[in-house]
Design a protein around this ligand. Structure first.
Ligand SMILES: [Zn+2]
Length: 252
């Protein structure tokens, strides 16, 4: 079981990043709490810290990914057409634009709170705290710190590059247990695989699907999809497989 160190800095709560990684034991992850005002204030804060890293990153990433036929792009994000509407797509192949800063999705958040309440009611040690929306700038700052500390190759294994974190969509959440750890407990993980879809969520990074998603399994990372989550969960497939879009690792 991994312990997360809670460190407070500039009024933010430190949480796990684009989530990540089992093997990285002393991850001092810095992310804003999803419950603090997510947009302007923290964005400015992050900019102060990173010295406008976001602009450099945006410039460096001028090449667009090769698009699958099912995928479309609206200038801010990639998406596929789901059964009940548009489904936003983010992975190491399909990034978000730096200025895509929607904050927490209210519908997703309301569903998450219901899911947490249901788990608590059934005796799971799930905290009311969770890690949700993370701006591009916050992710830049996080990632930069990791690169400075561990080098890029290592950082890429446990932290998403800015623009590539699903948390920037406002639709992704990391569940935290009552000890402050990311939820990894077996029964809780099983419950999530079975029931998260009832609340519109899928467990995004599944076991044995690293090649498809580009990420190690993360039992705690939920992605809001809405009604279609039930079909997806039933299929046992990743979003990449289910909708047929490219995933896996970064191309460079
Ligand atoms: Zn996450």
């Amino acid at each position: 079981m991994k312990k997360i160190k809670w460190i407070s800095a500039i009024g933010t709560i430190l949480l796990l990043t684009a989530c990540s990684f089992q093997k990285h034991s002393s991850v001092e992850e810095k992310a804003e709490s999803s419950k603090t005002a997510p947009t302007s204030a923290s964005t400015k804060e992050a900019k102060k810290q990173t010295g406008d890293f976001s602009t450099e990153a945006a410039d460096a990433r001028s090449t667009s990914p090769t698009m699958d036929k099912t995928v479309s792009y609206n200038g801010s994000y990639y998406s596929v057409q789901g059964k009940y509407g548009e489904v936003l797509v983010v992975n190491k192949h399909y990034p978000l634009s730096p200025d895509y800063n929607p904050g927490e999705d209210p519908e997703a958040q309301a569903s998450l709170l219901e899911l947490i309440a249901a788990m608590q009611e059934q005796g799971y040690a799930i905290s009311d705290q969770y890690s949700g929306f993370r701006s591009y700038d916050t992710q830049s700052s996080l990632y930069q710190n990791y690169v400075a500390r561990d080098g890029q190759a290592a950082a890429d294994r446990y932290s998403a590059r800015p623009g590539y974190s699903e948390h920037q969509t406002g639709l992704a959440y990391d569940l935290i247990d009552t000890s402050g750890n990311l939820v990894q407990e077996k029964k809780a993980s099983k419950w999530l695989l079975k029931h998260a879809a009832e609340y519109g969520f899928v467990v995004r990074y599944l076991y044995g699907k690293e090649k498809e998603t580009g990420y190690m399994p993360e039992e705690w990372h939920l992605r809001y999809v809405g009604k279609e989550a039930k079909d997806i969960a039933k299929s046992g497939l990743t979003l990449e497989e289910y909708y047929g879009f490219t995933g896996g690792d970064y191309e460079d």
